[in-house]
Structures are given as C-alpha cells and as structure tokens.
Design a protein. Structure first.
Length: 217
C-alpha cells in the first residue's frame, strides 16, 4: 500500500481494520496516526492497520488517582525523565507479560520503526529510575500536538502508573487535555479512561491537531 493511500477510517471493518499490508516507514506511520489509524501486527498475517469502532481515551481532567497512588507519589524516591532512554523503554514494553496474551505485538520491526520515529522527535518516552536502574516507563507518538500512548511497563510497584502521572503533568503544562490510549483496558478504566465512538474520536483528533500544540520542545 503506497504512502498516501490509507482508506477513510470511518469505513473500517467491524473489527476496526482499515488496511492490510504496507510498511512501517516514518511517512507511513505519520500518515496513519494523523488519520487516527495505528499498526497492530498479527503473527502470520500481513501488517494490519486499525481504527477501532470504540476508542479508548483518557481526559486528563478525569484522571483518577487512588489514595494509595497519591501516597506512593508523595513518598517515591524514583527519578523521572522524558526521552532519556527510548530504546530501552520500548524493548522493556515488548518484554512485559500481558495477561491473556501470548507474545507481543511490539515486534522487532515495530521497535526499529518507533526508534526511528523517536530520532525524528515524533515518538517519545517517559522513564522511571530507581537510582541508575530503569524500573518503569511508557512510550507514545506526538501526532501534531495530540498524544497517542502505545505501551507501558513496570518492574517496581506503581512505576508505570507514576510514569503516566508524570506524562499527564507534562502534557497539561503544554496545553493538552486528553490522551489517546487506543484500546480501553480495565487497568486504565480504573484510572478514569473511557471509550468513545470512532467518529467522536476522529473529530476530537482533528480539532486537537488544529490547535498546533508543541508537546515536546
């Protein structure tokens, strides 16, 4: 599928498949994300591109911080950075166990493609450090001033949740008020995330991109 020829995501299949095949070149990925589409490799199939009928989002004003997490945040000795170790974060996300899943969609090809996006200042990471040890983090894509969160991991209690809180603070300071989380999970629902229709999401994405926010200097 040549760059520039993604179908309208509003015409996706009932499962949310927009297109099949193509490549992970930065131009292809940017075109996809600008249309609300993301890649999701499935073993044994050509590359699949998705825009689900329901989209998970986290409105930052609705972010729910449980009392125990507020306490952990006050008491933490962890250190937080942004874009301090992107390749290590995405590799750790690829290796993180996922309940109910065999393997990971973060393939070596995905890792290489998003590290390339990071070098182009399009993909970004949050790192959580216990002294010099990376114990948690997340990564995602800056879509012209909207943010699509891709994956997170933790190797210490609360590390991924604290990474999310650090990201939320950073994005609020830049003027952004929501995060695309793609697929709503029970874990993120407990933190205040919700699902909206594909049409509502695409409208929201378009409006946010039009604001021209600079999320990462």
């Amino acid at each position: 599928m040549p760059v520039g020829e993604f179908p309208d995501p509003r015409s996706a299949s009932p499962e949310g498949i927009v297109a099949v095949g193509g490549d992970l070149h930065p131009q292809s990925l940017l075109l996809a994300y600008r249309q609300g589409i993301f890649p999701w490799p499935v073993p044994g199939l050509p590359l699949l591109w998705f825009c689900p009928p329901e989209r998970g989002i986290l409105e930052l004003s609705a972010l729910h911080i449980p009392r125990s997490l507020r306490r952990a945040r006050r008491q933490t000795t962890f250190r937080f950075t942004i874009d301090g170790a992107f390749p290590a974060v995405i590799r750790a996300c690829a290796g993180a166990p996922r309940p109910g899943q065999d393997g990971t969609w973060i393939t070596p090809q995905i890792i290489a493609a998003y590290v390339h996006l990071h070098r182009l200042h399009i993909a970004h990471s949050v790192e959580v450090w216990d002294e010099q040890r990376l114990v948690g983090g997340l990564y995602g894509v800056d879509v012209d001033g909207a943010f699509a969160a891709e994956s997170m991991f933790h190797e210490a209690p609360n590390a991924s949740k604290l990474a999310l809180l650090h990201l939320a603070d950073h994005l609020r300071a830049a003027g952004l008020d929501w995060i695309d989380i793609q697929v709503l999970t029970p874990h993120l629902a407990r933190l205040g995330a919700t699902a909206i229709s594909r049409d509502a999401f695409l409208d929201k994405l378009r409006q946010t991109r039009a604001r021209g926010l600079r999320l990462f200097p």
